[in-house]
Ligand binder design. Structure first.
Ligand code: FKS
Ligand code: ZN
Length: 341
């Protein structure tokens, strides 16, 4: 399996995040991607390719142009306004407030975010642009007829929607990849999101469409971030009704119940007769993940890969979360190796 990877992810490095009542080092760090790359090479998964630039248009076929413009200039505007340190969103509008875009960079950071979990720093734009290109290049590998590809993206993307960032995410790499496949004429693409957290951004982007099925297995939003999205009764809207499937699971869910949910998600994807599958691959479902509560063991990721294999579909893996730094590489490559063998 080919891996697509760019060093540009290292330009995005957030110092701290609010965790409970404390500021702690940000869990989403560059070393995450470095560990995955090291393990990809160690297991001999296959060649590692640099991304090819597919341009900005492939990004704005998912994200609003004004949002992408904002991401590109936010750091410059923050510095010009005297900002020091990372650019954090302070407040975001509720649905009964003005829809107007404020002039102030502080106001725009709020307007284009749903939480303070995705601050912007000097290298954020370069890194998120590169991550999107990594996903697009891996999608192109699939479009060229290969059975699978791995987009080793960072920062992750599944919380980012058409026009907002949040939860470590800026551009929705998996959605951009899926859209590039439908733009190439693919009739039906399925996205399976196995990250511990619900992929609210991906769900929102495709909610009213039937050409991209979104299925997600995640911590119940009654208990877990992102709290406002991911319930089982969110099934799609308009022409998209029936093409959004959520499997919320309780805190502490172990491998047995999780693999049952996976089987149910895969049978829905089979019934959809997808032409390809994009896997939003978060491994924060791991038993020792520092911010999540599921109890998957490293071997269970082999089972995940094997189960995906049974679909016999072109399969694109896109990296999302996973914060147990000493196990992220193994858990990701176990999924990919399980798929290959
Ligand atoms: C609330 C803490 C909020 C934010 C968790 C973000 C998870 C991000 C992720 C991604 F894949 F996007 F990286 N913490 N008590 O793992 O879903
Ligand atoms: Zn996650």
């Amino acid at each position: 399996m080919k891996t697509v990877y760019s060093d540009a992810h290292r330009e995005h490095r957030i110092e701290v995040e609010l965790y409970g009542s404390e500021l702690v080092p940000c869990f989403e760090q560059p070393v995450r991607a470095d560990s995955v790359l090291t393990q990809v090479i160690a297991v001999g998964l296959g060649p590692v390719l640099a991304p090819v630039d597919h341009g900005r248009r492939a990004i704005t076929s998912v994200h609003a142009a004004d949002y992408v413009d904002f991401l590109e200039v936010a750091w410059r505007d923050w510095v010009a306004a005297g900002g020091e340190g990372d650019a954090f969103s302070g407040c975001a509008p509720k649905s009964d407030m003005s829809r107007r875009v404020p002039a102030s960079i502080h106001g725009r950071l709020g307007y284009y975010s749903f939480d303070a979990g995705a601050p912007i720093t000097a290298g954020t734009w370069n890194a998120v642009y590169a991550a999107a290109q990594v996903a697009l290049t891996a999608a192109a590998v699939l479009a060229n007829g290969e059975a699978s590809a791995f987009a080793l993206c960072r920062p992750p993307g599944h919380h980012a929607s058409k026009a907002y960032l949040g939860g470590y995410c800026y551009l929705n790499n998996a959605a951009i990849a899926a859209q590039s496949l439908t733009d190439r004429g693919m009739k039906r693409a399925a996205i399976l999101d196995v990250d511990f957290h619900h992929g609210n951004g991906t769900q929102s982007i495709f909610y009213d469409r039937s050409d991209v099925l979104f299925a997600s297995i995640h911590g119940d939003p009654n208990d877990e971030y992102p709290y406002f999205s991911g319930h089982a009764d969110e099934t799609g809207a308009g022409p998209g009704v029936g093409f959004n499937v959520n499997f919320p699971l309780p805190p502490g869910t172990g491998p047995g119940r999780w693999l049952e949910a996976l089987a149910a998600a895969l049978s829905r994807i089979r019934a959809y007769r997808a032409d390809a599958i994009i896997v939003s691959l978060g491994v924060d479902t791991f038993e020792h993940d520092p911010i999540s509560s599921f109890k998957l063991r490293s071997d269970d990721y082999l089972r995940l890969g094997e189960a995906l294999r049974t679909l016999r579909l072109p399969t694109l893996f896109v990296l999302e979360g996973g914060y147990a730094l000493d196990a992220i590489g193994l858990n990701v490559t176990n999924t990919l190796v399980g798929f290959e063998t």
